[in-house]
Design a protein around this ligand. Structure first.
Ligand SMILES: O=C(O)C(=O)c1ccccc1S
Ligand SMILES: [Mn+2]
Length: 258
């Protein structure tokens, strides 16, 4: 092995590097995004037993799965959004594999999101973060920590009569992150946009601006409170679905050990 790969293997073996799982369990009870009734809806995860060491398969157990590309902890590819429909390599099976492992920074918005369901990540918050941790480098993942993943059931989607109420970025925040040349943006909430994201200009700015710029999204992440603001690596390879707009995936972070 090369020195770098050997060093990583040694760091993982010694605990000098630790693995953190940022993925929710795929579970029929895990909430999925609910769109206005006139639109197609996201399928929840379902498992159908095909056999279980029985007459249907004497030595094996397996299931048929039903799910949407955007069910549970999942990856958004550029073609997911109309603004990214013509982006080169815009489907999950076309994105270069180098994109699936890379540095990650975390902007902690948990205090604000704990006091305001519609908390907004703004350019001011991003610049405050940069004053403490340095300018956000190009080609990194930026994750918005809100501790929203600690919610469950109805509280997670937080639907009211006018739709969902959950935190997210303003258009100006996403534009600033794009100016920094980020690789992608991730959230703990069911989407990369705020629950009321349809009211921004453009509507759903995270989807519209990120994917239009050929960038990626991650949603329904958890355990972001275990990550440092800088210095971690993210492993986030979606399923290689032909022409896929996204996929459920196992998101892992490598962080400095104790
Ligand atoms: O990417 C998603 O899963 C997501 O958030 C979404 C999906 C479809 C329509 C609107 C949205 S806002
Ligand atoms: Mn999605």
């Amino acid at each position: 092995m090369s020195d770098a790969i050997t060093a990583l293997a040694d760091a993982l073996a010694s605990g000098a590097a630790r693995v953190v799982d940022l993925t929710h369990r795929l579970d029929p009870d895990f909430p999925v995004i609910v769109l206005p009734p006139e639109f197609g809806q996201c399928a929840r995860f379902r498992m159908e037993e095909v056999s279980a060491y029985d007459h249907r398969g004497p030595a094996w157990k397996w299931h048929n799965l039903t799910l949407n590309e955007h069910t549970g902890t999942h990856f958004d590819a550029p073609i997911h959004w109309v603004s990214g429909k013509d982006v080169a390599n815009g489907a999950v099976d076309e994105i270069p594999p180098e994109a699936f492992i890379g540095p990650v920074v975390v902007i902690d918005c948990s205090e604000g999101a704990g006091q305001d369901d519609d908390f907004e990540l703004t350019p001011e918050i991003i610049r405050d973060w940069e004053n403490k941790h340095g300018t956000i480098p190009a080609d990194v993942w930026v994750l918005m920590r809100t501790d929203w993943s600690k919610r469950s059931g109805a509280d997670y989607l937080n639907m009211r009569e006018d739709g969902a109420h959950s935190p997210g970025p303003t258009p100006a925040a996403i534009s600033l992150l794009l100016e920094r040349g980020i690789r992608g943006f991730g959230t703990e909430t069911v989407g990369t946009d705020a629950g009321q994201g349809m009211h921004y200009d453009p509507p759903f700015p995270a989807h519209y601006l990120l994917h239009g710029a050929g960038k990626y999204g991650l949603q329904c992440l958890c355990n972001l409170d275990q990550l440092p603001p800088t210095g971690a690596m993210l492993i986030a390879p979606p399923l290689k679905i032909k022409g896929g707009t996204g996929s459920p995936l196992r998101v892992l972070a490598l962080i400095p050990g104790a």
